[in-house]
Every structure is written in structure tokens, then in C-alpha cells.
Unconditional design. Structure first.
Length: 307
């Protein structure tokens, strides 16, 4: 059982590092929300590409009038981890503590061997839900740059990272997250399945795999099926669909004009909606000088926002 008094001291936040995580853009996302969101009653929040959950954990803590929340992702192991954190966080903490103790006791060479053996075990996909969730978090905390990437067969293939003292088991965050997740419905599959929740007083936030800015900058392999321009167009069609049901939405994506001023892909695709450009930092790049400020786009049908 979760110790409620202890949890109250901590804020729920992402339990994994995630490429494109939205923690740094929360202020911009808040500006895109309806000005009267806090005054609305019984709001439903839907996030079809939940990823690390930065927006979900933030918005559910800031807006207590969101009485129902639905999250979804196509990554089965990620969703398994969310479900375990919601339903059996203490067993997960025990398993992670065991892994953390074993890993931190090793030297650098032995740590790499341990990582590779656990990666192989993870990819065999014959583990219990608790084991899957623990391995998912362990690999995320100890792999290169916290990147999640799979090959065409769906096998996680990110190499070992070099961290001196990684926090593999963050008990406080896991317990705080579990508390928030008690009012969340957790789905796994294609984003389109969340369309059944579209209605008035429903707010969607979309953070899909970003359209790559260059041929070598793609980090969209969260699942073996990928997410190409046809999928981006299908997502636009979905946004139009939920808008006709009077749902509000905000969507984030890359800004092609960082590389090509003439690339109007998203400007043309979403020309019936509002598009804003916001500053973001490129957080993951193998070269230090490749990390810096760029713009991202924010698309919305909210008309009474602070933007």
C-alpha cells in the first residue's frame, strides 16, 4: 500500500527519460490551453501518444477538474510499465531495487555485460509484467542517452550508456506517479482508437513521433511500424474528426523550417487550424554541438487561449 503522507511531498513526473519529452515546453503548452479550463466542470483529458507522460502528469496535478483521463501508446512495453506502476508499484520497486543493487556493485566492464544480458532477456519477451516493467526502466536509465529505439523486428537495440551512479529505482517518483494514475484509463494500440472519446468538454494533447528534420535525424523508431508522412496526414485527418465532435486539441511536432525555410509541410497540412512556433532544445544528439535551440510547431483548435 502506498504511504499517502510520504507521496504528498513529491510531484508526479516522468519515470523514464524520453526523446522529445515535453517538460521543457509545459509553459508553452499551458499558454495554448483554454483560458477557462480551470473553471470547466468534469473535463476529460486524452493523450493518444503518451510517451514519457510529462504533459499528462503535469496537467492532472494542475487541473483537478479533469475528472477522467485516457492515455494510449503503441509501445506495448511502455504501456505495460504504466499499468504496473498503477496497479502494483511496490512489487515493481522491489524488483528495481534488486536490479539496481546488482548493477551498481559492478565495475564498468561488468556493467556493460550485465546491461547486454538484461537487454537480451527483455527482447525475449517471456517475462512477467513486473519483470518487463523493471527491465524497461532499467534499460532506459542505463542505455545511451536514454534513447528508446527498436529495429525492424521490434527488438530494443540501444547500446549501453556510461553513467557513474544512475538512479534506477526512484521510489518517490514511482509512488507519486502511481497515485496520479489511479484516475487514468490506460490503452495500448493505434492512436485512432481514442476517437471514441471525442466529445464536447474533451481535451486532446498529441505528441506523435516527430517528422525528421533531416534524413539522419530520425528518432521515430519507438515501434517497428514507424511513423512516416502518410501517418502524419492520417493524424491530421483524425484532428479534423475530433474537432467536428467539438473536442479541443493541441498537437506538437517538429518544425521543418529549421532546415528548409521553404518546407511548408505542416503549415499546409494544418492550414485550417492555428499554428504557433515555440522555442525548444534539441536534447539528444551524439555530438555536443548538435544540441541547441530550435523551434517546434504547436497546432491547435483552441480559440480562447493565451497564445
Amino acid at each position: 500500500m502506498i504511504n499517502m503522507k510520504k507521496v504528498d511531498k513529491y510531484t508526479a513526473k516522468p519515470f523514464v527519460k524520453w526523446v522529445g519529452g515535453k517538460t521543457q515546453l509545459l509553459k508553452d503548452i499551458e499558454k495554448a490551453l483554454p483560458k477557462d479550463l480551470l473553471q470547466r466542470e468534469s473535463v476529460t483529458y486524452v493523450e493518444p501518444f503518451v510517451g514519457g507522460g510529462a504533459v499528462m502528469f503535469w496537467i492532472l496535478q494542475k487541473y483537478p477538474n479533469i475528472t477522467r483521463a485516457i492515455i494510449n501508446d503503441i509501445n506495448e512495453e511502455l504501456i505495460c510499465t504504466y499499468r504496473v506502476i498503477k496497479s502494483d508499484v511496490e512489487s515493481l520497486i522491489l524488483e528495481l531495487t534488486k536490479i539496481q543493487t546488482e548493477y551498481l556493485a559492478l565495475d564498468d566492464v561488468a556493467r556493460k555485460d550485465y546491461f547486454l544480458s538484461q537487454r537480451e532477456r527483455y527482447n525475449e519477451k517471456r517475462n512477467s509484467d513486473i519483470e518487463t516493467a523493471a527491465l524497461f526502466i532499467f534499460l532506459n536509465r542505463t542505455c545511451f542517452n536514454g534513447l528508446y529505439r527498436v529495429n525492424s523486428k521490434g527488438m530494443f537495440n540501444v547500446p549501453h550508456g556510461k553513467y557513474t551512479n544512475p538512479k534506477i529505482c526512484d521510489e518517490d517518483t514511482l509512488r507519486a506517479d502511481s497515485l496520479v494514475l489511479q484516475r487514468v484509463e490506460i490503452l495500448c494500440g493505434d492512436f485512432a482508437q481514442t476517437g471514441k472519446y471525442a466529445a464536447d468538454n474533451v481535451l486532446y494533447y498529441f505528441d506523435p513521433p516527430y517528422r525528421p528534420l533531416t534524413d539522419t535525424s530520425s528518432f521515430t523508431a519507438y515501434a517497428k511500424c514507424g511513423f512516416d508522412d502518410r501517418e502524419q496526414i492520417r493524424l491530421r485527418d483524425f484532428c479534423e474528426q475530433i474537432a467536428t465532435c467539438k473536442s479541443l486539441f493541441i498537437a506538437s511536432n517538429s518544425d521543418p523550417q529549421n532546415e528548409d525555410n521553404g518546407d511548408d509541410f505542416f503549415d499546409e497540412l494544418y492550414n485550417m487550424f492555428t499554428i504557433k512556433r515555440v522555442a525548444a532544445a534539441r536534447m539528444i544528439n551524439s555530438k555536443g554541438n548538435g544540441r541547441g535551440a530550435i523551434s517546434e510547431i504547436m497546432i491547435s483548435n483552441v480559440v480562447n487561449a493565451y497564445f
